[in-house]
Design a protein around this ligand. Structure first.
Ligand code: LLP
Length: 440
């Protein structure tokens, strides 16, 4: 987080709050969100794209009522992809006209809730859904603004992208087979839907612009086809090209992600160039960052419970450091081989290393399987001991939001820190919470 600092006493402070006090007051594992970091990343994105374009925070990365309030305060829009995420946003009084509903299989109830709440946009993803939403809107005497999710045949991950053959997936209407053009025909012919945009999302944790450029090229190619078929007047409301989320963040010192201003510049340039070449008015750009806003500013605090040294071939060894959470609060290492960085934060590193330097360590959780790894490889002080606190960095995105009760572990608490003060956003689950659904 931008507000992290290690004091002379060796203790780490987040936004001026000593992590040892946080562990003492709220227990561990604990997610600690640096509020100013979150807000400043919202503002970085808003400034980078400017008032002519729209930045939506992707709630799936992490949402709570208070987070939704920060997003609203900072003037961003919000993407939700389920009735549950919508309910959290509405509980926060998030302005419904700034909410977009996503998903490849929204239920009739979710679509109806979204219409009744007055959400600003719905991204349609199948022919069945177009018919379903059209009926729900007509029943209510509405014309619901929709974007068509387009499968552009690009899939991007981290440092590479592949621009062929990714039609084979569950999301969107494919360009190649003409499904996207047919979706537009049906929306335009409907009485209950207004076609206001085209949408594409190519992947996540992306560090370069190539994939976005190919996606923009193809989406604007579709826009041109639609203009040729239907004429400008029929498409007067179709003014938005939404290029989805995906900007990457630094998980370790090796990662060097580009700033949002760079991405904004690339997208503005390619969208302007492509639309001018096609003889179209330049559309408004929308983006949907999740990870790049919430990821970097959160750490997870864990308490060390045990350590164990295991001999490896060739005379080397590995230390297993067991902490009090694991794959139930961060499944990303087990699921995606994600890399994380961790530090001893309850003592100074110098004190930590006084007796014997650092040792190659693996931070593991307390779950009943050997894949329960939080940090695969890291160097931690040799004299690490039970009771020490570790902070794992950049855990704001897709950790709490993908948390589970595996092995009946209660979900951790989430606190926000700002100006030397801590505030509980989500309390820790209790054993009673775990038993709450039992019917006998
Ligand atoms: N928009 C759409 C339509 C999306 O599907 C996603 C992410 C986003 C925006 C936000 O993407 P972001 O800016 O956060 O990369 N669980 C995985 C990531 C799954 C992303 C799913 N969709 C992980 O932990 O890496």
């Amino acid at each position: 987080p931008r507000g992290a600092a290690r004091g002379d006493d060796g203790a780490v402070r987040l936004a001026g709050v000593d992590v040892r006090d946080l562990a003492e007051e709220f227990g561990t594992p604990l997610f600690v969100v640096d509020e100013d970091d979150f807000r400043s990343r919202c503002r970085d994105h808003a400034t980078a794209f400017g008032a002519a374009h729209r930045v939506h925070y992707a709630a799936k990365a992490f949402l709570s009522v208070e987070i939704a309030r920060w997003v609203a305060d900072e003037g961003l829009s919000l993407d939700v992809c389920s009735g549950g995420e919508l309910a959290v946003a509405l509980r926060a009084d998030f302005p419904p006209e700034r909410i977009t509903l996503h998903g490849n299989n929204k239920s009739t109830a979710e679509l109806a809730e979204a219409l009744d709440a007055g959400v600003g946009h719905i991204v349609v993803d199948s022919f069945f859904e177009i018919a379903r939403l059209d009926k729900l809107a007509r029943d209510r005497g509405l014309r619901a603004p929709v974007l068509i999710r387009v499968t552009v045949g690009v899939e991007a991950h981290t440092h590479e992208f592949i621009a062929t053959a990714h039609e084979d997936q569950k999301f969107g209407f494919s360009l190649a087979g003409g499904a996207a053009a047919e979706a537009a025909r049906r929306v335009l012919a409907s009485g209950g839907l207004a076609l206001v945009g085209l949408h594409s999302h190519i992947g996540s944790q992306i560090f370069d612009a190539d994939g976005f450029e190919v996606a923009a090229h193809r989406v604007i190619g579709l826009l041109a086809e639609l203009h040729a078929e239907h004429g400008a007047e029929a498409l007067a409301e179709l003014t938005t090209v939404d290029l989805g989320g995906g900007l990457g963040i630094a998980y370790t010192a090796q990662d060097d992600p580009p700033p949002p201003a760079w991405l904004a510049e690339q997208l503005r340039t390619v969208v302007a160039k492509e639309s001018e070449q096609a003889g179209l008015p330049v559309p408004e750009i929308a983006v949907e960052p999740g990870r790049a806003i919430v990821g970097p500013g959160t750490v997870t605090l864990y308490e060390v419970g045990t350590t164990k040294d295991v001999a490896l071939g060739g005379g080397g060894g590995r230390r297993y450091v067991s902490v009090d959470g694991g794959m139930s609060d961060n499944i990303r290492t087990a699921l995606y081989d994600a890399l994380y960085d961790t530090r001893l934060v309850s003592r100074s590193a110098a004190e930590g290393e006084r007796d014997g330097g650092s040792v190659l360590s693996r931070v593991v959780g307390k779950h009943c399987e050997s894949g329960d790894v939080v940090v695969r490889d890291c160097w931690l002080p040799d004299n690490l001991a039970p009771g020490d606190l570790l902070a794992v960095a950049a855990t704001g995105a897709y950790c709490y939001s993908m948390a589970s009760n595996y092995n009946r572990l209660p979900r951790p608490a989430v606190v926000a820190v700002r100006d030397g003060r801590a505030r509980l956003l989500l309390r820790r689950e209790t054993t009673d919470d775990l038993l709450r659904l039992e019917m006998t």
